[in-house]
Design a protein around this ligand. Structure first.
Ligand code: GDP
Ligand code: MN
Length: 380
């Protein structure tokens, strides 16, 4: 789950990572109240979960209440890369001497945490990586060892930060690492991390992605989830206990097992289609689960065909077939279904289904043929 900047900054505060004083506002009047409290000048910042807000005009400095009014009027309701701005964050503006970059994420290849630090911040890190890779000081942290202040100091030296920033940055990085590990983040990124002319280091931006697999030990994340404006389809799927992710295409997908579900997305894409969702119904694909899956997909108006891709392992295909027959009796489907059934007891499953096949429920012998058929039907 991605956090808004203001939520990321609240999260940082718990781990003693310094940020500027400010508050959120949903209206221009609220923005002025928050600005008065933060102290002028302020910066008014669009809260959307995409980067590059500055370039898009979603970040404006304001010297007084009149300028805050103008800035908030301009930013609230703005569209930034397809994201509507409903909330702004208003904070006391900082004077900037230098902009740095700092982040922690997981390096899956190295199987270690990866810290990145650069004296060239404020611009997109991908840009720095492409044009001047030597300007990024990387550090791999073994989770068993953690990050101590000595190591952080060496890392800061390697990144060639300004002398005035070094000790504070080393301390901040130890806290950022704590935030990343104890806070169960997939990503904790500060861009820019700034040095002020007065010699203070603090986070001017916050990009935090929480690892939802850890939500069981973070009841406090509930407030983040509720502000999410969650995909309706995902809310419905969650209520039915399904492993579902909404996408923007037209072929609804049901598969058993996450790996097969992902392969199914690939194959649909490969034959020129677009997937409407990822949906893994897991091991025990009985009628209830199948009916729930079909209901969720049926509720998505973008879906034009449904591709059910089952490979029986421990799950027996004849059981799945019974589930499908039962489920299509219960759910009135808007879209035709294409089936690919293979694996344990596939023959028995196909026999059971034979008398139910029609233009609305077709079976294809292979995954690729079924994908082609589903894409063709979605195109009609
Ligand atoms: P992003 O464009 O979405 O990454 O938003 P940021 O929060 O990183 O802000 C973009 C840029 O706006 C920063 O790199 C700064 O140059 C500028 N900016 C943001 N806050 C302040 C501030 O308090 N003072 C000044 N002078 N510039 C700011
Ligand atoms: Mn930024």
């Amino acid at each position: 789950m991605d956090l808004y900047e203001y939520q990321g900054k609240q999260y940082f505060s718990r781990f003693d990572i310094p940020t500027s004083a400010g508050g959120v506002a949903g209206t221009t009047a609220e923005a002025v109240v928050v600005a008065d409290a933060a102290g002028y000048p302020v910066v008014v910042k669009a809260q959307v979960k995409v980067g590059g807000r500055g370039k898009a005009g979603g970040i404006k400095l304001a010297a007084d209440a009149a300028e805050v009014t103008a800035a908030a009027d301009a930013i609230l309701g703005m569209d930034i890369k397809g994201h509507r701005v409903n909330v702004v964050w208003v904070e006391h503006a900082s004077d900037i001497e230098k902009e740095y970059y700092a982040s922690f994420t997981l390096d899956r290849t190295e199987k270690l945490h990866l810290g990145m630090l650069s004296a060239e911040g404020g611009v997109e890190i991908e840009e720095v990586a492409a044009n001047n890779p030597d300007a990024i000081a990387k550090i791999y942290v073994n989770p068993v060892d953690g990050l101590d202040i000595e190591t952080a100091r060496k890392w800061v030296d390697a990144a060639n930060l300004d002398d005035a920033a070094r000790e504070q940055t080393a301390e901040l990085l130890v806290n950022l690492y704590r935030c990343y590990v104890e806070g169960d983040c997939d990503l904790a990124e500060i861009n820019p991390l700034i040095l002020t002319p007065a010699g203070n280091v603090h986070a001017l931006d916050a990009k935090v992605t929480l690892d939802e697999n850890a939500s069981f030990r973070h009841p406090e994340w509930e407030e983040f989830a509720s502000s999410e404006g969650e995909d309706e389809r995902e809310t419905m799927a969650k209520a039915k206990g399904l492993n579902y992710i909404g996408l923007s295409g037209s072929v609804g997908i049901i598969a058993n097992g996450a790996g097969l579900a992902m392969s199914t997305l690939d194959v649909v894409t490969q034959v020129g289609g677009t997937a409407a969702n990822f949906l893994d119904i897991g091991g025990g694909a009985n009628a209830d689960v199948m009916a729930a899956a079909l209901e969720v997909i049926n509720a998505d108006p973008a879906v034009r065909s449904i591709f059910v891709n089952i490979f029986g392992g421990i799950t027996r295909v004849d059981e799945v077939a019974k589930g499908i027959i039962d489920a299509i009796d219960r759910v009135e489907l808007r879209s035709p279904i294409v089936l690919r059934l293979d694996g344990t007891n596939a023959e028995e499953g196909r026999t059971l289904l034979a008398s139910h096949l029609s233009d609305r429920l077709r079976a294809e012998p292979t995954m690729i043929e079924a994908a082609k058929r589903a894409v063709e039907m979605a195109g009609r």
